[in-house]
Design a protein around this ligand. Structure first.
Ligand code: NAP
Length: 440
């Protein structure tokens, strides 16, 4: 049997990791795939003297890899939308299987890519696009295929999780930790995608499509970052028995699909609440299996390479098999995916943490609880903090923080009650609120 030839486009962090691990574990990979494979062609704009590129054709034009008739599988590791989209579509048109780690590409152009691949009879794999080294795509698409997925919730951006962990453990400010994360290489020079939730939204949309067999729908994912999370809320959440995590949540409800990324309070006793630093985790609830949790490194050269190479091994193993032996990109054919209505954020149901800054006068708490009660909102927990109990946490002197946790309610009803609370004379600032998930 011929050796299967792999072409890699982009030799940055992940590309270098893939080449290194493929060379180091070559015998084992060939045995697992049932036939020999090797990297035959790499597209890189710059020479990489630290890597072993003997016997590999090097091109500074990545399209030379895609158009190389000897290459069977194209591995796209350049990132971004263009020219990655054009490259992948060209590879498909040339009849080559594709492996990518590019969540932005899949979230935004996945529908077009998967449809083109199916029409051409080639496969597109993207395990590394979500949660780096954790095989969550395979788990959802194959390991849990018996289940109707009810919901999933994930910490799927390591940078954001690192920042929130440092804020909690060391009482630091968001901006300080972000600057450190950039120096340590955890955050990009432009951190917008990470801290504003865009990266997590890309990943959540992919997970939601797999979970609910629906086309990718990035436009309807509610996205809120962590840049507005205040240190006093991190501390108060801890006092109430919660941790603040930046969660991506997808849930099937009778009204439609919830798809949202935002800071979230989670009870501290949940396993996922204890996923700290740059680590990722995804909790998936299926109707048959119940809750399952997947944990591991969400980024890094070799953890990400682990997922990229697993995709390559799958494709090599099935290279002689008929196309219908391949698992399709979203687990089923593009023809059978169903467009579900995605709920607006006003329609979702959640519990809420709210912090109301008030003048230190008697009777204020009862006014607040009356407004909530008039809106049909039950209260689960209440905490009142004098400003001097929170020295250094930004509570102005002479003011009191009234902190409440509500029961589950429709967001539109909750935000309307918040407006009424803000209209009270004794309320000195806009109300801070953060959604709460029990993940029970
Ligand atoms: P990276 O270190 O920036 O590497 C990208 C490489 O692609 C660079 O070497 C760049 O070359 C090259 N490149 C970009 N455009 C090119 C072009 N037109 N022609 C030739 N080369 C080109 O990025 P990365 O961290 O490896 O990420 C790659 C992909 O993996 C992204 O989609 C990312 O989202 C995904 N991913 C990364 C991680 C991670 O831990 N890093 C984890 C999961 C998924 P130059 O150096 O010349 O610019």
């Amino acid at each position: 049997m011929n050796v299967i030839k792999i072409g890699i486009c982009g030799l940055g962090t992940v590309g270098a990791g893939v080449l290194t691990v493929m060379q180091r574990n070559a015998d084992l990979l060939n045995r697992r795939a049932g036939r020999a494979m090797r990297v035959s062609h790499v597209g890189t704009r710059r020479p990489k003297p630290d890597l072993n590129t003997a016997d590999i054709t090097l091109s500074d034009d990545i399209f030379a890899v895609v158009n190389d008739p000897d290459v069977d599988i194209v591995v796209e590791l350049i990132g971004g939308y263009e020219p990655a989209f054009e490259l992948v579509m060209q590879a498909i048109a040339n009849g080559k299987h594709v492996v990518t780690a590019n969540k932005a590409l899949i979230a935004v152009h996945g529908n077009a890519i998967f449809t083109a691949a199916e029409a051409k009879g080639v496969s597109v794999r993207y395990e590394a696009a979500v949660a780096g080294g954790i095989p969550i795509i395979k788990a959802l698409r194959e390991g849990l295929s018996a289940n109707k997925i009810e919901w999933l919730a994930g910490i799927i951006n390591g940078t954001g999780n690192y920042i929130l962990t440092e804020m909690r453990d060391k009482g630091r400010l968001f901006a300080d930790v972000l600057a450190d994360a950039q120096q340590l290489g955890y955050a990009e020079a432009d951190p917008t995608f990470d801290v504003e939730g865009i990266d997590a939204a890309h990943k959540l949309v992919i997970l939601a499509s797999l979970a609910f067999a629906m086309p990718l729908n990035i436009d309807n994912c509610f996205t809120q970052g962590i840049s507005a999370v205040a240190p006093q809320d991190v501390t108060l959440a801890t006092e109430l028995g919660y941790r603040i995590k930046h969660l991506g949540i997808a849930r099937r409800t009778a009204k439609g699909i919830e798809m949202r990324v935002h800071p979230t309070l989670i009870p501290h006793r949940r396993l996922i609440a204890n996923v700290d630093g740059v680590m990722n985790a995804v909790l998936v609830k299926g109707d048959a299996v119940d809750a399952t949790l997947y944990y591991g490194a969400g980024a890094g050269a070799e953890p990400t390479a682990s997922s990229v190479i697993a995709d390559i091994v799958d494709l090599v193993r099935l290279s002689e098999a008929p196309y219908n032996a391949q698992v399709l990109s979203l687990g089923e054919s593009a023809d059978t995916l169903v467009e579900h209505r995605v709920l607006s954020i006003n329609e979702i149901e959640s519990a809420y943490y709210l912090r109301v800054m008030v003048d230190d006068k008697p009777g204020v708490l009862s006014h607040i609880t009356q407004i909530l009660s008039d809106s049909g909102i039950s209260i689960d927990a209440v905490l009142q903090k004098e400003s001097d109990q929170h020295q250094g946490h930004g509570l102005p002197a002479g003011h009191v923080a009234v902190v409440l946790i509500t029961d589950v309610i429709v967001e539109a009803i909750f935000t309307s009650a918040v407006k009424n609370i803000e209209a009270l004379d004794s309320v000195t600032d806009t109300v801070t609120f953060i959604r709460v998930e029990s993940l029970a």
